[in-house]
Design a binder for this molecule. Structure first.
Ligand code: HEC
Ligand code: HEC
Ligand code: HEC
Length: 164
């Protein structure tokens, strides 16, 4: 072998070694470190307070993933078709998912313990729903919203009123 070829062969061998070593290192990392990371993720994950009663308005896992779509669907039904199915109303969500504060009264959305903030802070989602809707059970504001009816003009007037 010429000197150059020998050097090349050596370098190749070193590269292969290096590759094998990093594969080994990666495998070791997966075996050792990842379960620890997963454990961390589990303890850091949000722990939303449990709702009242046995079940949610739909399967819990479905709710976790799709509650936003469900509420948007329901809102569309109410506003456009006048369907008033209480089961999926926002008032229902906040009443079954009410979380009590230090004074024993349900906390509002301003409190970070509010059910609807328990995951959102974690995933950095912001919602404006509670600028108009009541975030605690038994809503005086909610009944104000209710009286507007589903007429688009009335709704617009209402929105001007609540957002000066
Ligand atoms: C009748 C009471 C009730 C109503 C009304 C209700 N929920 Fe629930 N919700 C529950 C209960 C109880 C659970 C926990 C079920 C479980 O652990 O399997 C739950 C679970 C959830 C979860 C999953 C929480 C988690 O632990 O990951 C979400 C999200 C949720 N509800 C959102 C909503 C929304 C949005 C509404 C309104 C459309 C709503 N819920 C209405 C009782 C209710
Ligand atoms: C600017 C004010 C405003 C904001 C912000 C707002 N809403 Fe509404 N919402 C209304 C009004 C007004 C109605 C009509 C009330 C009625 O006719 O009952 C309504 C109706 C609804 C309804 C159907 C009635 C019920 O309670 O079941 C749902 C569901 C709903 N909104 C969900 C939401 C969600 C979810 C958000 C946030 C993403 C949101 N809204 C943000 C004003 C608002
Ligand atoms: C189990 C955790 C969890 C709880 C509890 C929860 N959310 Fe969510 N929510 C999420 C996640 C995660 C997203 C973002 C989903 C995405 O980006 O696809 C989200 C998104 C949303 C959105 C859409 C926001 C946007 O800008 O796209 C709305 C509206 C919403 N949530 C309303 C609510 C309301 C109202 C409550 C309380 C009744 C609530 N959520 C409780 C996890 C939760």
């Amino acid at each position: 072998m010429t000197g150059v070829a020998k050097q090349f062969a050596l370098r190749l061998a070193r590269t292969v070694d290096c590759f094998v070593a990093s594969l080994l290192a990666m495998t070791a990392f997966c075996l050792l470190a990842l379960p620890a990371l997963a454990e961390d993720a589990r303890t850091l994950a949000p722990q939303p307070p449990r709702g009242q009663g046995e079940h949610c308005v739909a399967d819990t896992d479905f709710m976790r993933r799709n509650h936003m779509l469900m509420m948007m669907d329901h809102r569309r039904e109410v506003l456009h078709d006048g369907v008033r199915e209480k089961k999926y109303s926002l008032a229902g969500c906040v009443s079954c998912h009410a979380v009590k504060g230090a004074d024993g009264a349900p906390v509002s959305f301003a409190d970070e313990k509010h059910f609807c903030r328990s995951c959102h802070s974690y995933v950095a989602v912001r919602i404006d729903c509670f600028e108009c809707h009541k975030s605690t059970p038994d809503a005086p504001q909610k009944s104000a919203v209710r009286e507007q009816g589903n007429d688009a003009k009335k709704l617009a007037a209402y929105l001007r009123e609540v957002k000066p």
